[in-house]
Design a protein around this ligand. Structure first.
Ligand SMILES: Cc1cc2nc3c(=O)[nH]c(=O)nc-3n(C[C@H](O)[C@H](O)[C@H](O)COP(=O)(O)OP(=O)(O)OC[C@H]3O[C@@H](n4cnc5c(N)ncnc54)[C@H](O)[C@@H]3O)c2cc1C
Length: 319
């Protein structure tokens, strides 16, 4: 018996969240006495899967899967689950995998647990710990269905090195033409994606206008960080919608989240609660973000950020 991990990739590289899902699946497999099979779609660089515990790789190359259409991806996973008698499916916590989990759950009539943060405390009954209420609480839930679908919350389990020499099996899949068509993809512009970033530098309306975004970009660049923004900033067209984080935007689970000129409304905080360390820079000491932050600087962003940039540049020049 095998646990199936859907390992998402982009530009022929497996995402950090996919490697975390694989690390989780490998540890779960050891607990359940099962091996792990990675499902790779339209990728052929398997090095990172070999570094992180893959026992088998199912390699699918198919042009119809070039763009993520949930129905097509669910169809592929459904075919594999049936042909390989899979009972446990592990997904990462990406936006695409969340759609996939819900869709598969209906298709396979199985329970789907998202935001799982630990290995099951028990296998029989199968008890998983997950976050709920936008990370404000935990729940321990029993999965009773025969097929179980789990998505692993980003940065909860970590990526564990485990070198393997997996069998690679090429599979052809048949995909019926979809009634869904993707017209446009609005891609994040920064070099580091929000989902994969260890550090995120985010700006709000306090930055006054898009002409000042060079400060956010410069700071992000020096820190190797992704850039993000609050909802009004993307609504105003200062930044692309792909950078909007929060309840109605992207979730952030970085190790460090730096919020500049962002008030800290609950809808914004809902999306960044999983970040480990939160830093706020705001000129209003009463801004709600200070209550949620680990560190805060009360000050004008237009003075504080250039100073931070200067300090980081000086540090880099000294190294
Ligand atoms: C249903 C719903 C869903 C929503 N979803 C989201 C969401 O997903 N994400 C999201 O972000 N918002 C969301 N919102 C909007 C949210 O309620 C807030 O309005 C929004 O987060 C505020 O954005 P902001 O902090 O950038 O702007 P503002 O509230 O205008 O705050 C700007 C901040 O910048 C500070 N500031 C001003 N000048 C400076 C300066 N020179 N230096 C330093 N600081 C300065 C101010 O003190 C202030 O705290 C949602 C709202 C609703 C109703």
């Amino acid at each position: 018996m095998s646990i199936l991990i859907y390992t998402e990739s982009e530009n022929n590289e497996f995402k950090k969240s996919a490697l975390e899902a694989l690390s989780y699946g490998k540890a779960l497999g050891e607990k359940m006495g099962e091996n792990v099979t990675c499902l790779s779609i339209n990728s052929n660089n398997f090095n990172s899967l070999k570094q992180h515990g893959a026992d088998r790789i199912i390699d699918i190359q198919n042009q119809s899967l070039e763009k993520f259409i949930v129905k097509n991806y669910a169809e592929v996973i459904h075919q594999i689950v049936i042909s390989e008698s899979i009972k446990t499916i592990i997904l990462s916590s990406s936006a695409n995998s969340k759609y996939l989990g819900a869709y598969l759950s209906g298709k396979l009539e199985s329970a789907y647990m998202s935001n799982v943060i630990e290995l099951p405390s028990e296998i029989n009954p199968f008890l998983v710990k997950r976050t709920c209420y936008t990370n404000k609480a935990f729940s321990t839930t029993e999965i009773k269905s025969e097929i179980k679908i789990i998505s692993v919350s980003s940065n909860s389990f970590g990526i564990i090195e485990n070198v393997t020499d997996p069998d690679i099996k090429k599979i052809d899949v048949e995909i019926k033409s979809s009634d869904l068509k993707i017209k446009k993809i609005d891609k994040q512009t920064g070099a580091v994606t929000i989902a994969d970033a260890d550090i995120v530098v985010s700006g709000g309306r306090g930055l006054k206008g898009p002409e000042n975004w060079h400060l956010i970009e410069k700071l992000a660049n020096l820190l190797g960080a992704a850039t993000a923004c609050s909802k009004p900033v993307s609504d105003l067209g200062w930044r692309p919608h792909s950078e909007h984080v929060g309840q109605t935007g992207k979730p952030v689970a970085s190790n460090l989240y730096i919020a500049i000129g962002i008030s800290g409304a609950i809808q914004h905080l809902a999306g960044i609660n999983s970040s480990k360390v939160k830093v706020v820079i705001n000129n209003d000491p009463e801004a709600p973000f200070f209550k949620a932050a680990d560190y805060g600087i009360v000050g004008d962003a237009f003075e504080v950020v250039p100073e931070l940039i200067q300090k980081l540049e000086a540090r880099n020049n000294n190294n």
